[in-house]
Design a protein around this ligand. Structure first.
Ligand SMILES: *Cc1c(COP(=O)(O)O)cnc(C)c1O
Length: 444
């Protein structure tokens, strides 16, 4: 962007709008396989551009600090009721504006600065918001928690509960410190976490268990992954836009006994306004979840397994073949025998296949530079939402192998990808879909 453009406001204005349209046409030609994204229904998009986006409503419905909230309150109460039904929960707060803010609500409600939290490291699938101060993680930097890691079984990609318990006892013997909060949930989330076992461990310390469902909220909504509240979690936090295909927002789900505490932390502690258009969009997404997610979540998982199997047969080392690759929407592949993860990400993008590079467990041992990790991570949730099933997954695997294994020219593959994509234009698993998934809507 040149300063000449900035001196001409209308040129800059036009440029932004042009870039938005270009992005939409790129998405129409691409295969979206980023595991943390999804596409919302036309009804959710409608909510997002409604007048709710202009308004303020601090506080809880019925106890607002602003006037004009009559309809906003009704929508927010509906969102709360829908959230309770979807997750069979006693308490739901739909105000956190993102997954990280939802985690901060939990950290603030269940721990104090200096308390010990146990969480997964990033190469083992953890999220930066669970991270220690040394790595710039939210838990350490913002809430001042002392973050300790779980011991992890790389062979099976699961938390080693016994080894973690031994590690915690050793820390206690050496320093006198005890855990206050056990964080579960991950950003590379292939198999259910041992919630029951961690609950028993936490009980030995009188500690809390929080489950970060950012990635798997839609699978849990469909009853297809695990049920953290029934298995012993005190609280579940989430983003509402990954497998749960709602607007970019957050949510906290818990029990009545923690309700007042969580409410107080969210407001006035961490939020002023809470993005009311997103709350309306979330209510719609939760209604879609109640109606369609048993089927949607099943198809997401079937598709992830088939995609993994097909890639594996074509020579790509998808991890954990011994465990059926995955029980979620996510698969992880070690591409290091062909190229590093970053190069794979770039070549695939040139071919219209959008994935992200990722650290994998062996990078933890090898201390690989995080900028050039050994792996890539793929998610099946968005292509499933576009109506794709098993045969389409096999085709996607061929496109990926063309680039990574066979070394085909990415721009050639991009043409085939665009042609293939033209048959999948609508959002499925929703009540109405007159507008295409990536159609650009002009209203000016
Ligand atoms: C994506 C993610 C988050 C962050 O969510 P935002 O909505 O982007 O703030 C938190 N935790 C985990 C495990 C995630 O994968």
């Amino acid at each position: 962007m040149t300063t000449a453009t900035l001196a001409e406001p209308e040129t800059a204005y036009q440029k932004v709008l042009d870039l938005l349209e270009k992005h939409h046409s790129m998405m129409r030609r691409s295969l979206p396989l980023i595991a943390s994204e999804n596409v919302v229904s036309p009804a959710v998009r409608e909510a997002l551009v409604s007048d709710f986006m202009h308004r303020y409503a601090e506080g809880w419905p019925g106890e607002r600090l602003y006037a004009g909230c009559r309809y906003i309150d009704e929508v927010e109460l509906l969102a709360i009721e829908l959230g309770k039904a979807v997750y069979r929960a006693e308490f739901v707060d739909v105000r956190p504006i993102s997954g990280v803010v939802a985690n901060l609500v939990a950290y603030t409600a269940f721990a104090r600065p200096g308390d010990m939290m146990v969480a997964l490291t990033i190469p083992h699938g953890g999220h930066i918001s669970h991270g220690k101060e040394k790595w710039g993680g939210t838990a350490g930097v913002v809430r001042g928690l002392d973050v300790e890691r779980y011991e992890f079984d790389e062979e099976n990609f699961e938390i080693d509960v016994d080894a973690s318990a031994r590690r915690l006892r050793k820390i206690e013997a050496e320093t006198g410190k005890k855990p206050r909060l056990f964080m579960l949930g991950a950003s590379v989330f292939l198999f259910p976490h041992p919630v029951k076992e961690i609950r028993s461990l936490a009980d030995q310390y009188g500690a809390y268990v929080v489950y970060d469902a950012a990635h798997v909220a839609g699978l849990i909504a469909g009853g297809r992954f695990q049920d953290p509240l029934r298995e012993g979690a005190d609280c579940m936090t989430m983003s509402t836009h990954k497998t749960l295909a709602g607007p970019q927002h957050g949510m906290v789900v818990s029990w009545n006994k923690y309700g007042e505490r969580l409410k107080q932390v969210a407001f006035p502690g961490l939020l002023s306004n809470h993005h009311l258009h997103a709350v309306a969009g979330l209510a719609i997404a939760l209604a879609e979840a109640l109606a369609f997610y048993r089927e949607y979540a099943s198809q997401i998982i079937r598709n992830a397994k088939i995609l993994a199997e097909s890639l594996y047969e074509l020579g790509i080392d998808v991890l954990y073949p011994n465990k059926g690759f995955t029980e979620s929407h996510t698969i992880v592949a070690d591409v290091s025998k062909y190229m590093d993860g970053r190069t794979a990400e770039e070549k695939l993008e040139q071919a219209g296949i959008i994935v992200n590079r990722n650290l994998i467990p062996k990078d933890y041992r090898l201390k690989t530079d995080y900028r050039r990790p050994s792996g890539i991570r793929l998610g099946s949730q968005e292509v499933t939402r576009l109506g794709m099933k098993e045969s389409e997954m096999k085709q996607i695997a061929e496109f990926i192998a063309d680039v990574i294994v066979k070394g085909k020219e990415p721009s050639k593959v991009a043409e085939d990808v665009a042609e293939f994509r033209s048959n999948y234009r609508k959002v499925h698993y929703c009540f109405e879909n007159a507008t295409g998934a990536y159609d650009y809507i002009r209203i000016r």
